[in-house]
Design a protein around this ligand. Structure first.
Ligand code: GDP
Ligand code: MG
Length: 747
């Protein structure tokens, strides 16, 4: 599609090459690929719409180039006085140089006037020439605002002359050209410059003659269908000027040319009446806005090349299509430039982010929102300022395309950013909660886990929101990151759940520790009571039913269940304070009961350890044997029934051994209903899967251990062993008593 918009090549890149302007089209009808370079060098390319294009027409050797050189300070080649041959070949172009670069102000001329010197036609030679004449006329009309028609005074009224042939061509070509472009219907100014004006015939008369001739030509044209009724004034305005003979009146010639040059500035139409008498209707200069072809200067060379390509290949010249093609080409070019600049800002950020991901440490880029937004705005603005001069439809489409490209890059970057913010946010949230808990534990003060979580979650959310908001761009819907925010919050809640579970574990450990210490003390106390043989030593002062050795296990079970109940209450209270769920609490309680049982069982085992229990039995026995009912120590006398008392005390103590061997409640003479007390495992929980959960006989059936076994405190073998050892100890005490009785008598 852009094939005929060749890019600038060649080596003519400096100003010295363009002393005589640039040959836009050469004798071979080739378009000069350096045109854009020339426009760049002369700073026209940067002028947007603030430039003007003038072409000159006329027969060969009528002083056209001479005129332009005087009017615009150009240096187009002119025929020397003594060699009469064609000098201007093809089409040349030059910038107005009159009055230097800022000549426009000093001479009242418009800025950035480009002048095209079109090869003249020689009325005597036809054929090949006529083809070029037609083509160059088309080209000039498609691009120029003002067409200077250079004509000698004596040619005026010569209807059959070469000039009139040329004008006929211009009119025909014009109809062909703008047939397809009815929308814009651009007008052009035909500016007749009458040379070698002697002065005998006033300019007004010459004008009338010319207008009559032009109208005749127009009437004689075969017009395309639909335009049969069109008038010449629908397409052209006319202006006239006369110049004295350059050779005969050189001074006057210079003065008049100087005056003429000042007419090349912006003007207005004074009346809306469009007729041939336009001279009087122009105010100011000849450049009316409506003449402008509206091709942005930076796209002129491409447009001109495209137009020429169509002309040379005898294709129907369709200017609107050309303008669209130009717009596409230029918008793409501008878009590419914009993206290059955008890339310079964005690439390093993308690389940094990718690097973070690669090493597994996602980076939250500082100020990404600001720089991303700035890069986007800058890019779109730059595109707008350059490209909006082109075909509106194409421009809007290309702008959407560009925004799409920019947004694709930004989107990936922003999503990476939020993903990094998400990851680091979740990690710092988790750390912050853990640290706050640790700090709370260290101080020993009670800390509110739920408060910590709530506070840290709020902080984490706030930070994320801040980041997300900094990435938001007004009017760009994809920069609303609500979804990511919700996902983030969900993840925080998930982490909170995990942390809460950990906190539950910690709480469970604390409560278990409490149970252990409580039971250690109270159960120990119960066992210690065994050391006293007089069973009624409970706590008579409180009015409590005096404890007996027989209800040892009732009391222990009672202690145990009361303690655990209290522990459960503590556990539930705390767990609720940090929003643990019912299920979590249920599991926690279940674990607590199981573990507490383990604690009790261990404590009991400790109490019945060989040395400990033997000592208790001895104390129990001694208490019964060596103290009377009133608790007064006996002084043995030989007359005492030491043996009888020994046997009685021994038998009494020995009854403790079977009692101690099994955990039984006195009412039922059966073990407590431990399975019922522990309760079923909550749904989805299994003691087997819990590594710090010791199996409990009768509760965990798969374990193969019965409740009876679980409640066995002393095995049969241990029991017998204990009996033997106790007897020996008791025997020792008896012997001692015996001795002391005899000894007492001996004294
Ligand atoms: P072009 O072929 O139309 O560009 O004509 P040139 O500018 O090359 O000039 C052709 C010849 O006309 C040269 O010899 C000029 O000296 C001569 N010439 C230029 N201006 C005038 C003029 O105003 N009157 C007359 N009579 N001759 C002129
Ligand atoms: Mg010339």
């Amino acid at each position: 599609m852009n094939g005929h918009f060749a890019t600038v090549g060649g080596d003519a890149q400096t100003e010295e090459h363009y002393e005589h302007g640039i040959q836009v089209i050469d004798e071979e009808k080739e378009f000069n690929a350096n045109l854009n370079t020339y426009l760049q060098l002369t700073k026209i390319a940067q002028s947007g719409f603030n430039y003007h294009l003038i072409s000159v027409f006329g027969s060969q050797s009528t002083g056209k180039s001479t005129l332009l050189n005087h009017l615009f300070g150009t240096q187009f080649g002119v025929m020397s006085e003594n060699e009469r041959r064609q000098t201007t070949k093809g089409i040349w172009m030059s910038k107005n140089k009159r009055g230097g670069t800022e000549g426009s102000t000093s001479h009242g001329m418009a800025d950035n006037i480009l002048v095209m010197d079109v090869e003249g036609t020689d009325g005597r030679e036809r054929g090949e020439d006529q083809d070029f004449e037609r083509k160059s006329a088309l080209f000039a009309l498609a691009t120029s605002e003002v067409l200077i028609v250079n004509i000698w005074e004596h040619q005026v009224g010569l209807y059959q002359g070469a000039n009139m042939g040329l004008l006929k061509t211009v009119f025909e070509v014009n109809l062909q050209l703008f047939l397809k472009d009815k929308q814009s219907n651009p007008r052009s100014l035909l500016f007749f410059v009458i040379r070698d004006h002697i002065g005998t015939t006033p300019l007004a008369n010459l004008r009338q003659t010319l207008i009559a001739d032009l109208t005749n030509i127009w009437t004689g044209l075969s017009k395309p269908t639909g335009l049969e009724k069109s008038r010449i004034e629908d397409y052209f305005d006319f202006a006239f000027a006369a110049l004295p003979h350059k050779i005969l009146q050189p001074d006057r010639f210079i003065t008049e040319v100087g005056k003429l040059s000042t007419r090349f500035r912006a003007g207005n139409r004074v009346s809306n009446r469009r007729d041939s008498n336009v001279d009087q209707q122009l105010e100011g200069g000849v450049f009316l806005p409506e003449y402008h072809r509206r091709i942005p200067a930076d796209g002129f060379s491409i447009y001109a090349e495209g137009v020429w390509d169509q002309i040379v290949n005898n294709k129907d010249l369709d200017l609107p299509t050309q303008q669209e093609l130009l717009a596409q080409f230029r918008c793409d070019e501008i878009s590419r430039e914009v993206l290059e600049t955008f890339d310079i800002t964005i690439s390093p950020l993308e690389e940094k982010q990718a690097e973070g991901v690669r090493i597994g440490k996602p980076i939250v880029l500082r100020g990404l929102g600001a720089s991303g937004k700035a890069a986007r705005v800058k890019g779109v603005k730059a595109f707008e300022s350059e490209a909006s001069r082109y075909h509106k439809g194409v421009y809007s489409r290309k702008r959407v395309e560009l925004e799409g490209k920019i947004d694709t890059r930004l989107k990936a970057l922003y999503q990476g950013q939020l993903s990094a913010a998400h990851k680091s946010g979740v990690a710092s949230f988790s750390d912050a909660v853990s640290n706050a808990v640790k700090a709370g534990q260290k101080k020993g003060a009670t800390y509110e886990f739920a408060d910590i979580v709530e506070r840290e979650k709020a902080t984490a959310l706030e930070q994320f929101e801040l980041e997300a908001k900094s990435l938001a761009i007004e009017g760009v819907p994809w920069t609303n990151f609500k979804q990511q925010y919700n996902l983030y919050e969900k993840d925080l809640d998930e982490v909170s759940g995990r942390l809460r579970k950990e906190e539950m574990r910690r709480l469970a450990t604390r409560v278990e520790r409490w149970v252990r210490s409580r039971l250690g003390e109270s159960v120990g106390l119960e066992f210690n009571k065994l050391g006293s043989g007089r069973g009624g030593s409970g706590a008579p002062e409180t009015g409590e039913k005096p404890s007996t050795e027989k209800d040892l296990w009732d009391r222990i079970w009672n202690l145990f269940t009361t303690t655990v109940k209290e522990a459960e209450t503590r556990f539930v209270d705390r767990a609720k304070s940090f929003n643990a769920s019912e299920d979590e609490i249920e599991v926690g309680l279940w674990r607590l009961r199981r573990k507490s049982w383990g604690v009790l069982r261990a404590k009991v085992d400790e109490e019945v350890m060989e040395g400990n229990i033997l000592l208790k039995l001895r104390e129990n026995f001694e208490d019964k044997f060596r103290y009377d009912e009133a608790g007064v120590p006996r002084i043995w006398r030989p007359t005492d029934d030491i043996e009888g008392m020994y046997t009685k005390a021994k038998e009494s103590t020995l009854t403790l051994i079977p009692l101690l061997s099994r955990f039984r409640l006195s009412a039922t003479y059966a073990p407590p209903d431990l399975p019922e007390w522990v309760g079923n495992a909550p749904d989805g929980v299994d003691a087997k899967d819990d590594e710090d959960m010791t199996p409990i006989g009768g509760v965990d059936e798969e374990d193969g251990k019965s409740l009876e076994e679980e409640m066995t405190v002393l095995s049969e073998a241990k029991r017998q062993d204990l009996v033997v050892r106790f007897k020996k100890t008791a025997d020792g005490v008896y012997v001692e008593a015996k001795r002391s009785a005899i000894g007492g008598v001996a004294q």
